[in-house]
Design a protein around this ligand. Structure first.
Ligand code: G3P
Ligand code: CA
Length: 300
């Protein structure tokens, strides 16, 4: 059993308990013991980074009620999407919106209560919550659709690094990880910052050569849990954690959702068993919608 406890990363905040990517979700995550809070980042029309999982916000806000005529169709990274897009709204306009839960089977008690936070507000919140508790609260931003944003003249990276610099967080040992599914985005960021970079992987075979290449531009991988445990019916886990560590890469697992509808059958309905299996594999961090469950699962 590994001796170092994995980092608890609150996926979109405590998004199992509050509408994702709201200050309320991030605050609850920290109260539950999360080490890091995760804002996915997209841009407003005026170039401000805001925390949303997608630039299309029809499902996670009340934009359809407040701006019905602003619905449009776009192609984002090859997907044709119809909806409302953050890059078509100024920050002032987005501030009038309220978040809502996107999954029908989760609580909708808090729908309509919380605003969309800017990245700067998330950084400020982490700082103040950490100070109040006498501990460090880390922030784990993800650049969403960075190539798309650059193509429409709203590049995410300069704004991201400027916000980190403004708070003295653009340094190697800051409590920050920058993550992306786009390796080109991380390769471009590598010479610009010493902040640890995490390359997100959804699946596919991973060779030693690939891992060595990733280590030239990233400090770790964010791996889908299937890549680590080998799938629901796998008798033995994959060697990815060991292989990535051998290449000098950290391994962060995503995403534990805990509810029966998401929980792989191999855990027999016990979400703590999923946390424990990943911890036993030696992962360095675990993303969870329910940070309270991850914290509980890591207790010895
Ligand atoms: O960032 C890790 C995980 O969050 C990636 O998936 O789609 O939830 O951002 P997504
Ligand atoms: Ca994410």
């Amino acid at each position: 059993m590994p001796t170092v406890r994995p980092l608890v990363i609150a996926h979109r905040g405590a998004s199992g308990h509050r509408p994702e990517h709201t200050l309320a979700a991030y605050t609850l995550a920290v109260e539950m013991g999360a080490d890091f809070i995760e804002p996915d980042l997209v841009s407003t029309k005026d170039g401000v980074l805001v925390a949303r999982h997608e630039n299309e916000i029809g499902g996670t806000t009340d934009v359809a009620d407040k701006f019905p005529a602003r619905r449009t169709t776009k192609v984002v990274d090859g997907d044709t999407m119809r909806g409302w897009f953050t890059e078509d709204f100024t920050l002032a306009e987005l501030r009038t919106l309220r978040a809502k839960e996107r999954l029908p089977f989760r609580s909708h008690t808090y729908d309509g209560q919380f605003a969309i936070p800017t990245f700067d507000e998330v950084l400020a919140l982490a700082d103040s919550l950490g100070r109040a508790r006498g501990r460090v609260v880390g922030v784990y931003p993800e650049t969403k659709h960075p190539t798309y944003h650059r193509a429409i003249g709203l590049p995410l990276e300069p704004a991201l690094l400027a916000s980190l610099r403004a708070r003295g967080l653009d340094r190697a040992n800051a409590p920050v990880f920058i993550q992306s599914f786009e390796d080109g985005n991380l390769r471009a960021l590598r010479p610009q910052t010493k902040v640890p970079l995490i390359y997100l992987l959804s699946g596919g075979p991973m060779t030693a050569d690939k891992l060595r290449d990733i280590a030239t531009f990233a400090n770790g991988i964010g791996a889908n849990t299937r890549m680590l445990v080998g799938g629901d019916s796998a008798a033995v886990p994959t060697t990815l954690v060991r292989d990535a560590h051998a290449a000098g890469l950290q391994v962060h697992a995503w995403t534990l959702r805990s509810e029966a509808v998401f929980l792989p059958k191999r855990y027999g309905g016990d979400p703590l068993a999923e946390v424990r299996e990943l911890a036993s594999l030696g992962v360095d961090g675990i993303f969870g919608d329910f940070p309270d469950v991850v914290v509980r699962g890591l207790k010895r």
